[in-house]
Design a protein around this ligand. Structure first.
Ligand code: AMP
Ligand code: ZN
Length: 142
């Protein structure tokens, strides 16, 4: 079921294996959640299965429960910031998928306008993630 190793080195595989840095907010045996380095809003995070699959339909049925549970747990953490958030999944280039390793976006929403407008997203500043991870109750390990 699904793809095995990616064709090229995959940054989300590297983060899942802890070989690349990330502001991790949640981790279990099969899933890792970490801050998006180019956040739409404060606390924007990505929920990623550690096993490389391109797309949701590539997950084995036996993997769905663990992945959805980790998504729900990540949402609980976001709810420490705000009860309002979007969950997004881009599948395919035309849908805006850039990283071809499955990931849900969880994007907190605040009362400060629409973050999905044309204004450019700014990169997560060095050190900024530490405070966000703390507010999300994350493990604070990079
Ligand atoms: P998508 O368009 O759904 O494929 O989104 C990919 C997301 O991954 C974008 O929002 C990027 O900002 C984010 N991203 C890419 N590389 C990293 C990284 N090394 N750490 C955290 N987020 C990343
Ligand atoms: Zn991967």
């Amino acid at each position: 079921m699904g793809s095995a190793a990616p064709a090229a080195p995959c940054i989300f595989c590297e983060i899942g294996a802890r070989r690349a840095p990330a502001y991790v907010v949640y981790e279990d045996a099969t899933t890792i959640a970490f801050l998006d380095i180019f956040p739409f809003t404060r606390g924007h995070l990505l929920v990623v299965p550690k096993r490389h699959v391109d797309r949701l339909v590539d997950l084995a049925p036996s993997e769905y429960a663990g992945y959805m549970g980790a998504l729900a747990q990540s949402c609980r953490q976001v709810e420490r910031l705000t009860k309002d958030y979007n969950i997004g999944l881009n599948q395919g280039k035309l849908a805006g998928q850039i990283v071809f390793h499955l990931h849900f976006h969880v994007i907190p929403r605040y009362d400060d306008g629409n973050p999905f407008g044309p204004s450019p997203r700014r990169p997560l500043a060095e050190g900024e993630g530490v405070g966000v991870v703390r507010d999300l109750g994350g493990p604070l390990r990079r």
